[in-house]
Every structure is written in structure tokens, then in C-alpha cells.
Design a protein around this ligand. Structure first.
Ligand code: ADP
Ligand code: ZN
Ligand code: ZN
Length: 735
């Protein structure tokens, strides 16, 4: 007889946990904690960090070991406080995407991972989260019961599978009533061809290159339908929150019975958490969102759509400066799902990738062209108005807001009961106030920028730092009472148009009028209702809105972009003008006499010549040639090292030292001399940047990775001499 051998108490496991740690902490990977059992990678936990308790994500230790962190002995490790057992672990593909984004955009794993979780999630402990989940499940069940009830009324069979009832993957989820093909518009030939080519190709990125109004959204919806029918989830991204409600309405109408959630920064923290949880638990079928939604964990992904893929909003402009468009493409490959990039004016990067190798591109993406508008309507006729031929204003007179022929064309529209859209990409009344006597101008004391005159509340406002003051009654320098606005913003244009067009109802849409929640919707509704004859707006109105009665679009001051130092200025301007043109003549019966007017001093500029013919291809070809000869993207990869400091010297010193410190690592990478940024002082902080460029992306990535710890240490030293912040911007949008 043997006495049972007493088993040794099991040694607790070491688990790697990724927590949010500020960049300057130097912590890049996971921290080790102890827990009685092993925990699956992707599980959410709460752990002690210093004196706080924080939420973290369990990570594979092999994938995330932090070489910088001291190797602690088990005795000195702290224990995991609690685990969130009710939540499925974040999927492996989510961890891979986050890890890739962190390393590509040069941020710590912890910062990236925690940044992309709903902020509310990080506030909750296990009990609170469980309560939320219970509430969520109850709501979902109630919705299901409601759907069954109303379907019984409508006599639809087999509805129990219409709404996926649980977190279980709903393989072969039932057809919804709306999925009945007879309820769908018949596809145009080009839509049918695009879909057929998609169906015939393996999952890969595709560029859906279609004019505004060519029916791109319909193609997204058909692809989504196919994917939903296969029991999978769809992620659809749009550049701006303003555009999500429209798309949401359209998607909801199409996929009645499917659960559609949105994810953007306009939601309350509780709504955002709820929608994110529904996505993670497989309860949501379609996720609609802005750039942050690219990180939504999906247990059964089937399709990623990036609408208006060229839009700059897909790039985050602070913190982790990621490109959601580029990450979507990466994610598609990771998860083996197709990625549909849609645009009438693709970014040159995407265009280059969709260009076959025989035409000098990479041929990585499938290119699907849809040149024709639905219903056969033509794009508006482009009229380039040569301003150098316009009569000059007399002495002491300022130029009229619109040239005489344009004003006449708008008047004609007003008389016919049609609408016009006048585009000016500058808000406020006037960009600067000036004293006629001594030359004083309304500069911002804290920035190297003018303060803009806003007449509504008689303020001078800095659009960079927000510094706002009442307009002075007299010139602060010489006491002269006659200080005058110089130049024109949307507010002034609205006023001048109202004067020039007596009897016309003039409206305005820009960031100032739409500051308050619901204001944009209200303004848009009044345009749609026909309560506005002439709409003045910034680029905000050029995007996406489906105006039915606009037959004239005018760009009144678009030339600045032709000579901007930013190499992407022309590309952006072309996209904006073409998109604006797409607002006109959306109804076939008015398309025939729709016009796009451009007031320019350079009518022969290739940008306008390409616009006149709606020839994106010619424009892109020319741009690509210029980019190639200048070694710019997409032929080269760029990154910026940005520095902010108390003085311009301090910023420059840091950047010069940073360049010197890594010069020996920079083989294949050109380091350019540091320069002040275009607006070099904002809120009393000076900014400078150093550009790094390489024809080989991996060479640049290697340099950045090796440079990080060096720059981190260097920055610590330079703090004493006035360095405030520094960061790397990979694939910067503007330089
Ligand atoms: P895009 O996204 O390319 O601007 P949309 O998908 O919004 O174009 O389509 C423009 C308009 O044409 C919409 O009102 C849409 O409902 C309609 N439409 C799209 N496809 C078809 C079709 N095959 N038949 C009829 N109307 C269509
Ligand atoms: Zn003065
Ligand atoms: Zn300022």
C-alpha cells in the first residue's frame, strides 16, 4: 500500500500583459504578471501598474517580450487582479493587426492596443462589465422577439434565423425579406461586370474606380449581401462621421433584419462600447465606421469596404498616426478577406497599386472601372473662367466676389428654381484684419498665423490655437479707427452673394455653422427641401451629399493649391473639385444643363485641363511622372521626425542631433536637414521636422526601429534644453 504522493502546489504561470504605457516610459512590449492558470492570448485582464489598477491585454510572451524591461524574478512579479471571463479573447488577427500597426507606425504595443479599445471598456471592472453584457443580451433578445412578432404579422417564414440570436456564428443565416432579389435595383452593365470580376478573383484588394453617381455604393451593398448570406461580417468605412448616418440609413434599409452598428467618435462612450461588444461577440453583422473602426475585432470577417479611400481623414493626425486605409489592406490580407477601395479620384498610392505592371504600376490590386453615371447622366460641363481677362476693379474698390458671367449663370438658376453650390475653402468672414494707416494685421500672439475675423460675434479667432478676442475698436498700434477686413471667407461670401442676388435665399454650411449637434442635418434638410437657392460652403459640402436639385457648382478661389509647397496639394485639389462637380446634375433630367465653374488665373494649368475633361487618368499619369522624378511617394517611402520645443533652435538642435546619432544606420535612407513646419509656431510652441526618404520601405522601417531607443534617450537629454515633444510620422500626409 502506498500513501498517495502529495502533489506539489502548482507554480503560478507567468503571463505577458500589454498595458498602456506612455511613449517616454520606454516600455514597448508586455509586462509579466503572475496568475494561477495560463491565460489565453487576447484575454482582457486588470493588473496593478504602479499605484493604479489598469486594463491590459494578455499577449503571447514570445511575441511581445520587452527586452528593455528588467527581467524580474517570480517573487517580485505582481499578480493579475481579475480576468474578464465573460468576454471572448480578442482574436489572433486583432493582435496581429495591432502589433503590425505599432511597429509600422513606431508606437509602443501598449499604446496601440489600448488606444483602439473603447475608452469605456478600460473604466470597467469585471462585475460592471458583466452587468453591461447582461443588459446587452437582454436587449438583443428583446429585439429578436420583436422581429419574430412583426415578421409573423408580415407572414415571413423562418424568421428566427434572421436576427442572429447569440454570439454563435450564424452559419447560413436566413435570408431577410429585403434580400429578395426582386427588391433590388437591376444592376447596370458596369456594376454587373465589376461584381463578376470580384466573384472570379481570389480575396484581394480591389480598387472600385467609379465616377460619383456611378453606383459604387450599390456594388458595396451587393458584395455585402453575398458575405452576409455566407454568415460573415462586413466592415464598411467612411471618411467622416457626417457621412455615417446616410450610409447607415441606406444599409439598414437594404439589410432589414440584420444587425448594423456604427463606430465613430460621435457616439457616447456607452454606445461605442455596446457596438464594439456586439462586433466582438459576433452579434453585429455590419459595422459602419470611421477610421478607428478598422481595429474592430470581428470573429467572422468577410469583407472590408473603404469608401472614398483617397480621403485624408483616414490618416490619424496625432498620437499614433496610422492610415486606416493602409491598415485595412493589411488586415484584409491577414484575414484572407477582400478589401474594396472605392473612389472617383483614387489616391496616387492606390492608383499605382491598381495600375498593371505593363503600365508601370505594381498590379497588386484588381482595378474595376465604372466610368458612367447611373441613368446615363453626364457630369456637369466644366467652364474655366479666366480671371486675368475679367475687368479690374477701380481704385479703392475690391474685386467682386464672383465674376459677372458666373453671377449671371447663378441668377439664371435662381430664376429657374434650381440650386447652386459655391465652394470656398476658407471659413470666417475674412482671413485677416488690417489697419490702413500703419499696416497692423491681426496676427495671433501665440502662433505664426493670422487670426480670422468672424463677423457674427465680432471676434478674431486663431484657427490653430483657438485664441479668441473681441475685434478691437481701433488699431492696437496707432489708434486708427478704420481697420478693414482683407480677403474673403465663407461668411463674407454669403453676405456678398445675398447683396448681389436680391431675392435669392443664400445659405451656408461650414464648420462654424455646424458646430452644434444636429445643425448640419438641419442645414442639409433645408437644402434638400429646396429652401436654399445658393449654398455657400467649404469642402464639407463637397463630400458625399446627394443633392438632387443642384445644377451649378462654382469654385471661386481654387488656385492656391497649384502652388502649395505640399506635394499632395494638387492631388487633393483635383479630388475636391471633381467631388464637388459630382454634387451637380445628379438627376438625369437636370444633368444636361449642369455646370461646374472654376474661377482661375491659370486656366491652362494641367490640373484644370484634366478636370475639364474629367480625365483622372491623365491627371494621375502626369502626377506619377512628377513623383517619380522627384523621388516622392508612391515611388519612395517617407517619414518625418517631428519636434516641438520652446524655441525653434531647441527643436532644430534635437533634430540635428537625432540625425547625427543615426547617420551610421541610415544606409539607403536620405536624411534631409531639419526645417520649421509650414505653420511653425502654434500655441507658443515651435515646431520643426526632419524628413527621411527611401526608395525601399524596409530600409526606412529598419532605420526607424533602430533609431527609436536612440532618439528616446536623446530626447531625455534635450528636455532640459527646451524640447517638449517629439514623434515619428510614417507615411505623412503633408510635408
Ligand atoms: P456612388 O456611390 O458611385 O456615388 P451610388 O451608389 O450612390 O453612387 O448611386 C447613385 C444613385 O444611383 C443612387 O441614388 C443609387 O440608389 C442609384 N443606383 C445605383 N445603382 C443603381 C442601379 N443599378 N439602378 C438604378 N439606380 C441605381
Ligand atoms: Zn494702425
Ligand atoms: Zn493661435
Amino acid at each position: 500500500m502506498h500513501a498517495p504522493v502529495p502533489t506539489a502546489p502548482e507554480a503560478p504561470c507567468r503571463v505577458g500583459v500589454v498595458v498602456e504605457a506612455p511613449q517616454h516610459s520606454g516600455l514597448w512590449g508586455a509586462l509579466d504578471y503572475l496568475h494561477p492558470q495560463a491565460l489565453p492570448a487576447g484575454a482582457l485582464v486588470r493588473v496593478p501598474l504602479g499605484r493604479r489598477v489598469v486594463t491590459g491585454v494578455v499577449w503571447d510572451r514570445a511575441e511581445s517580450a520587452d527586452e528593455g524591461a528588467a527581467q524580474l524574478t517570480p517573487e517580485s512579479l505582481k499578480a493579475v487582479i481579475e480576468t474578464f471571463d465573460a468576454l471572448p479573447p480578442l482574436p489572433p488577427s486583432w493582435r496581429k493587426l495591432v502589433a503590425f500597426a505599432a511597429s509600422y507606425y513606431q508606437r509602443s504595443l501598449g499604446e496601440m492596443a489600448l488606444m483602439v479599445l473603447p475608452p469605456e471598456l478600460r473604466q470597467l471592472d469585471q462585475v460592471q462589465l458583466q452587468r453591461r453584457l447582461k443588459r446587452l443580451d437582454k436587449a438583443v433578445a428583446a429585439e429578436l422577439a420583436e422581429a419574430i412578432k412583426s415578421a409573423r404579422h408580415a407572414g415571413v417564414e423562418g424568421v428566427a434565423s434572421v436576427v442572429s440570436p447569440s454570439a454563435e456564428p450564424c452559419e447560413g443565416a436566413g435570408q431577410t425579406a429585403a434580400a429578395d432579389p426582386s427588391a433590388l435595383p437591376e444592376l447596370s452593365a458596369q456594376q454587373a461586370e465589376a461584381l463578376a470580376r470580384l466573384a472570379a478573383s481570389p480575396p484581394q484588394p480591389s480598387l472600385l474606380w467609379g465616377s460619383t453617381g456611378s453606383g459604387k455604393t450599390e456594388v458595396y451593398l451587393r458584395e455585402a449581401q453575398r458575405v452576409l448570406d455566407a454568415g460573415r461580417q462586413v466592415l464598411m468605412m467612411v471618411p467622416e462621421i457626417n457621412l455615417t448616418p446616410q450610409l447607415e440609413a441606406r444599409v439598414a434599409a437594404r439589410f432589414a433584419g440584420r444587425r448594423i452598428v456604427s463606430l465613430h467618435s460621435g457616439l457616447t462612450p456607452a454606445q461605442r462600447l455596446r457596438n464594439w461588444l456586439m462586433a466582438l461577440r459576433g452579434q453585429a453583422d455590419v459595422v459602419l465606421g470611421t477610421r478607428l473602426s478598422v481595429f474592430t475585432p470581428l470573429p467572422r470577417p468577410g469583407l472590408i469596404v473603404v469608401d472614398e479611400e483617397h480621403d485624408p481623414s483616414y490618416k490619424q493626425q496625432d498620437g499614433a498616426r496610422y492610415s486606416a486605409r493602409d491598415l485595412a489592406v493589411y488586415r484584409g490580407r491577414l484575414e484572407g478577406v477582400p478589401v474594396l477601395l472605392g473612389s472617383a479620384t483614387p489616391s496616387l498610392e492606390t492608383w499605382f497599386n491598381a495600375l498593371p505592371t505593363s503600365e508601370g504600376g505594381t498590379g497588386r490590386y484588381l482595378r474595376l472601372a465604372m466610368p458612367e453615371r447611373i441613368g446615363g447622366g453626364a457630369m456637369p460641363k466644366v467652364r474655366l473662367l479666366d480671371m486675368s481677362r475679367a475687368p479690374k476693379p477701380g481704385r479703392g474698390e475690391s474685386a467682386p466676389p464672383l465674376s459677372a458671367p458666373l453671377l449671371a449663370a447663378i441668377t439664371e438658376r435662381v430664376e429657374r428654381g434650381e440650386q447652386s453650390l459655391v465652394l470656398l475653402n476658407r471659413r470666417g468672414y475674412a482671413p485677416v484684419l488690417q489697419c490702413g494707416d500703419c499696416g497692423w494685421q491681426s496676427g495671433c500672439p501665440h502662433c505664426s498665423a493670422w487670426r480670422v475675423f468672424h463677423k457674427v460675434d465680432r471676434t478674431l479667432r486663431c484657427h490653430h490655437c483657438g485664441f479668441t478676442e473681441r475685434v478691437p475698436r481701433a488699431c492696437p498700434d496707432c489708434g486708427n479707427q478704420d481697420i478693414q477686413p482683407v480677403g474673403r471667407g465663407t461668411e463674407r461670401l454669403e453676405e456678398q452673394l445675398a447683396e448681389a442676388l436680391p431675392g435669392a435665399r443664400v445659405g451656408r454650411i461650414d464648420a462654424d455653422v455646424t458646430k452644434h449637434k444636429g445643425a448640419l442635418e438641419e442645414q442639409l434638410a433645408s437644402v434638400h427641401a429646396g429652401d436654399v437657392d445658393v449654398l455657400v460652403g467649404t469642402q464639407m459640402v463637397a463630400k458625399g451629399h446627394d443633392f438632387r436639385r443642384i445644377t451649378l457648382v462654382a469654385a471661386v478661389n481654387p488656385d492656391a493649391a497649384l502652388f502649395a509647397s505640399d506635394f499632395r496639394a494638387a492631388e487633393r485639389q483635383f479630388a475636391l473639385l471633381l467631388q464637388a462637380a459630382g454634387r451637380a446634375g445628379r438627376d438625369a433630367d437636370v444633368a444636361g444643363h449642369s455646370e461646374m465653374w472654376v474661377q482661375t488665373w491659370h486656366p491652362l494649368h494641367p490640373l484644370y485641363q484634366a478636370l475639364r475633361d474629367y480625365d483622372y487618368e491623365a491627371f494621375a499619369t502626369r502626377q506619377l511622372q512628377e513623383r517619380q522624378s522627384a523621388c516622392l511617394p508612391p515611388y519612395a517611402s517617407l517619414a518625418l521626425l517631428r519636434a516641438e520645443a520652446k524655441t525653434q533652435d531647441a527643436a532644430g538642435d534635437f533634430l540635428r542631433a537625432a540625425a547625427e546619432a543615426v547617420a551610421h544606420l541610415a544606409s539607403g535612407v536620405t536624411l534631409y536637414p531639419p526645417v520649421p513646419t509650414p505653420v511653425q509656431r502654434v500655441a507658443d510652441i515651435e515646431r520643426a521636422q526632419m524628413m527621411m526618404e527611401s526608395p525601399q520601405r524596409p530600409a526606412l522601417q529598419r532605420l526607424l526601429t533602430e533609431a527609436q531607443p536612440i532618439w528616446l534617450a536623446l530626447a531625455q537629454q534635450h528636455r532640459r534644453s527646451g524640447l517638449v515633444r517629439w514623434a515619428v510620422d510614417v507615411d505623412p500626409l503633408s510635408i
